[in-house]
Design a protein around this ligand. Structure first.
Ligand code: PGA
Length: 246
């Protein structure tokens, strides 16, 4: 049985967001050029707002860090407004004033996705390795788009999306058809980060947080693999998300 990861339970989404922003700011305070991966979804929005605020105040320097996206739909053009990358640009990268050349996006339109995925891994290594990976968790236990079935040693690759994830993505697709595959950074890639922070808030995450933190270590719940790295993983969750924990 793996050791327990550090769990920090805070009052609500705002408190979670401030604490997650603190971790990003501390990482950048120590190394403004750090490689950091940041998630998409409703969970990180408060963290992004906090980082944008601090960037405008001049209390965090976001001008030099290497930002690594975690996932993207396969085959979509970077100009498609429905993509995860476009969402990140609108929600965080542009308002925060992060130079676009510091943003690494998944090579989802490459002719050879296997080779392109390997190059993405190489880009992470060239940037010095991920100093910090901030992750959300899907209702099905996915981290990035490592869907159920993803093994602990999986690398950046193309994956089939579950119906649940496709339905969730439809909310961002404005009526357009959601691709059925994505490219995601692997679980193994994420487990190599120097520090890992998983954020979750709200009742909707109660069940999956319990399974991830207290259920079996299993590819059925990819987030459970984070418990293989208890010394460098911190889970920041609000009281609503933590309610079913022992
Ligand atoms: P959410 O998505 O933040 O919108 O809940 C999380 C995820 O699917 O990773």
């Amino acid at each position: 049985m793996a050791a327990k990861v550090k769990q920090i339970i805070v009052s609500d989404h705002d408190a979670m967001s401030v604490m997650a922003a603190d971790v990003v700011a501390e990482t950048l305070g120590a190394n403004p050029r750090a490689a950091i991966s940041l998630p998409t979804g409703s969970t990180p929005v408060g963290m992004f707002e906090e980082l944008i605020r601090r960037s405008h105040q001049g209390t965090v320097d976001l001008s030099q860090f290497q930002m690594f996206c975690l996932d993207e739909y396969l085959g979509v053009s970077p100009n498609n407004p429905n993509t995860l990358t476009s969402w990140l640009f609108r929600t965080f990268i542009v308002p925060a004033g992060i130079p676009a050349e510091n943003v690494h996006t998944l090579p989802v339109t490459a002719a050879n996705t296997t080779a392109a995925a390997a190059s993405y891994e190489e880009a992470i290594v060239t940037a010095g390795g991920l100093q910090l990976a901030v992750l959300g968790i899907g209702g099905n236990g996915h981290i990035a788009y490592n869907e159920p079935g993803s093994e602990a040693d999986s690398r950046t690759r193309v994956v089939d999306l579950t119906e649940e994830s496709i339905a969730q993505a439809a909310g961002y697709f404005d009526g357009a058809t959601v691709p059925r595959q994505a490219m995601t950074v692997g679980v193994g890639t994420l487990l190599e980060a120097e520090q890992i922070v998983l954020i979750a808030s709200g009742e909707a995450k109660q069940k999956i947080i319990r399974e991830a933190l207290q259920g079996p270590l299993s590819a059925d719940v990819p987030a459970s693999w984070l418990r293989l790295q208890p010394d460098k993983t911190t889970v920041i969750i609000d009281e609503a998300a933590a309610r079913l924990l022992d």
